[in-house]
Design a protein around this ligand. Sequence first.
Ligand SMILES: Cc1ncc(COP(=O)(O)O)c(C=O)c1O
Length: 407
Amino acid sequence: MLTERERITDIQTAAATIQRTLLMIPGPTAIAAEILAAGARPVLSHSDPLMRSFVAESLGHLRSLFDAPASQPIITAGSGTLAMDIGLSNLIEPGDRVLILASGVFGGRFRTIAEKNGAEVRIESAPLGEAIDPDQVRRAIESFRPKVVTITHVDTSTGVRLDVEPLARLASERDTLVVVDGVCSIGGEYFHGDAWGVDVALTASQKAIGAPPGLAIVTVGERARAARNNRRTEFPGYFTDFNNWLPVMESYEGGAPGYFGTPAVTLLAMLHAALAELSAEPMPARVARHAWIAGAFKAGIAALGLSNVAAADANANTLTVVRNPDGVGDELVDAVRVEGVTIARAIHPELRGRSFRVGHMGICGPSEILTTLAAIERALHRLGEPVELGAGLAAAQTVLARGYLSA
Ligand SMILES: Cc1ncc(COP(=O)(O)O)c(C=O)c1O
């Protein structure tokens, strides 16, 4: 039995020794060496034929990824928040109504964007961890009659996945525009943008797509483009204006690249490599792989006696938000870091200091899941929690051993 002093010295030694950490936060995610290598090249002109083909091919891959063949994707330097701003602000004018389906803190971001653009906002939500009931949404659309409904596909603060299809249909059948935040879902969850009646969908490069942070991605459908073009009032945005980006994207696909703002060419080369790799994996297999990895992690957590914030019918493939044991705070995240794995603290106000978040998307596989569960087990043990070392690993192994392609 170590004395308390020896335990602390031991932990400090481990912390100093471990130079590398396994990145398991819900974005940015770890990326493959081939994607990193794609950026290790001389900077290209944004109108270079090679860059033209990188962008044109990436736009094609994005249409497939969002399953939105009739939409025009936009790629620009920025993060997911910029994509949210571009995606929503073009559609709304002062006095327009926006219904926000909020399953965590990211709905609040849509609220801020809508209000800054003068919209009247109504929020519909469910109890923490639960999906929003479609009947509740139907009633809200019928009474509030919004111009736009926003949906957060997977909210990274709760791990809740909403079923976009019925919610989007409810809106589009009532001539309401649909904007979907897919920042924490696209590439790890099913998505059929055009078939579901989604007018704008958005993501960023750093999550399930598996590229570095720095690119905002927005798909713009016909109805969204018309809403921008038929505005009664001048659009106050400049960098965020659809009409500054859509022609440039079309010009890359048309063969003679145009210019609005200097593209992030190195990131675009890396995104191109990531999307090429992604499109080589059929989407049903990719989603099944994410579900398998998620299932293994969630089984491991449950076997450790920890609970998942998201309800079973609203459980994302891309991340898990886990409640800490009673009386344990963010020292658990720090202790896992000492064991060589970086996980994230909670960002939801009701969960801060009481839970942690683990991302399992992109290239995350069995090795990463097992390493993470093992680090969580050791961290709990070091913190004096009654944990059976190996219990989480055994439960995860059982799921992993089943495989996923036959599931
Ligand atoms: C669901 C969701 N939407 C939007 C964002 C904002 O993206 P970014 O941090 O890239 O601006 C995030 C970030 O984690 C997110 O998870």
